[in-house]
Design a protein around this ligand. Structure first.
Ligand code: NAP
Length: 277
């Protein structure tokens, strides 16, 4: 039986087993998807010896995504440029492959829930310059956005990403975030602001065109204050849960040989687990 798992430290709150377990059951696949608590000091050797550990692949989460990048023998373009690996699989020759599927998860979510969101590919505003922002910058750059404004509380981190990704990423001061929305087609919050237990994201939406799509990758709560405010003024909004679901698709396909679908039923399973249904 083919076995995969999510690895991280801590790991007990991960919803990945629920997602993959749902797909295994839906498609009648005799496989297993578990969780492995993997402290950073053991990560490299564990990941380099997946076969010996009885696994065909794993998801990797905090704090081992950079270690997974080091462990992989073959990296795809996304993993290399984002600089982190969240999905590992052994290919037919037994080589360890690594990818970063957060970017595809981000795009898959918008494609599904806001069809046509990228028709103009004009100006995107991205708030935040952490790990998730790296994946989203890569995604938007690859979708062909003409202008990507990056704003982060710590300017140096945004500048680092600007020089890493190059055109069309450009950074501006965090303080100018409300003004930056003028002429914007897509607004993305990748900061932790607005998440339950965190401070709210303070931003004025007055200058945001009504045609702009607004998405938040925070998904607890599902409708963040940003999404509530954007929806109230008529913008199309997309919550962050779909990114979590869509980022799981490529791993499942590699490990179990079936490309799974992100359905309303799966979303409901996760929402129930979150106590939101
Ligand atoms: P990270 O690397 O720790 O980055 C956190 C970001 O939030 C940084 O840009 C940081 O700015 C900013 N931030 C934190 N506190 C702030 C404050 N008080 N004021 C202004 N900015 C603040 O985290 P990450 O991995 O990128 O994740 C960010 C969020 O996305 C988390 O809530 C995470 O749960 C969520 N996420 C969701 C998905 C999904 O599938 N939907 C995937 C990945 C992550 P500084 O640089 O100035 O510190």
């Amino acid at each position: 039986m083919r076995k995969a798992a999510v690895t991280g430290h801590p790991i007990k709150h991960s919803r990945s087993p629920l997602i993959h377990g749902f797909w295994l059951k839906t498609y009648g696949i005799e496989g297993e998807y578990g969780r492995v608590d993997l402290p950073p000091e053991n990560a490299l050797s564990f990941l380099q010896n997946l076969k010996e550990n009885g696994l065909v692949g794993v998801n990797v989460t905090i704090p081992n995504k950079e270690t997974a990048l080091e462990a992989a023998e073959i990296l795809d373009d996304a993993a290399r440029q984002i600089g982190a690996v969240n999905t590992l699989w052994l290919d037919d020759e037994g080589r360890l492959n690594g990818s970063n599927t957060d970017a595809l998860g981000f795009l898959g979510n918008l494609d599904q829930r806001a069809p046509g969101w990228d028709e103009r590919k004009g100006k995107a505003v991205v708030l935040g310059a952490g790990g998730a922002a790296r994946a989203i910058l890569w995604a938007l750059q690859h979708r062909g956005y003409q202008e990507i404004l990056l704003l982060n509380r710590t300017l140096e981190k945004a500048e680092g990403l600007q020089s890493h990704f190059g055109e069309p990423v450009r950074c501006e001061l965090w303080e100018s975030r409300s003004k930056a929305l003028e002429g914007c087609d897509l607004l993305v919050n990748t900061t932790a602001l607005g998440m339950a237990g965190q401070r709210p994201l303070e931003i004025e939406l007055n200058l945001l065109p009504s045609t702009a799509v607004v998405t938040d990758i925070v998904y607890t709560p599902l409708m963040t204050d940003l999404l509530v405010a954007a929806k109230a003024r008529g913008n199309r909004v997309v919550d962050g849960l779909g990114m979590l679901l869509h980022q799981a698709v490529p791993g499942f396909e590699k490990w179990f040989g079936k490309r799974p679908e992100v359905t309303e039923e799966l979303r409901e399973v996760i929402l129930k687990d979150m106590g939101l249904l």
